[in-house]
Design a protein around this ligand. Structure first.
Ligand code: SF4
Length: 81
């Protein structure tokens, strides 16, 4: 993919959703959502990620950009199925 990576330092949506490229750096316990233990919540297993593989993947909340498979934001939602 040639799309730009989401930059947490400059992207307004990233800042609103507290997106980080490394979920381990996020306060997932405080923001925990149902479906998985907080320390397992990351982009690769989120309902909104739009690819099954790849270190950087599209996300429906970040049109035209890519998120890290090990990233995280406060909209994390357990992937269905
Ligand atoms: Fe990652 Fe899901 Fe947030 Fe997209 S919505 S940035 S896939 S946690």
């Amino acid at each position: 993919e040639d799309l730009p990576h989401v930059d947490p330092a400059t992207d307004a949506t990233a800042q609103a959703l507290k997106y980080v490229n490394d979920a381990a750096q996020a306060d997932r316990a405080t923001n925990a959502r149902p479906g998985l233990p907080p320390d397992q919540q990351r982009c690769a297993v989120c309902q909104f990620v739009l690819a099954e593989t790849g270190a950087w993947r599209p996300c429906s909340l970040f049109p035209g950009k890519l998120v890290n498979e090990n990233g995280w934001c406060t909209s994390w939602t357990m992937k269905a199925g």
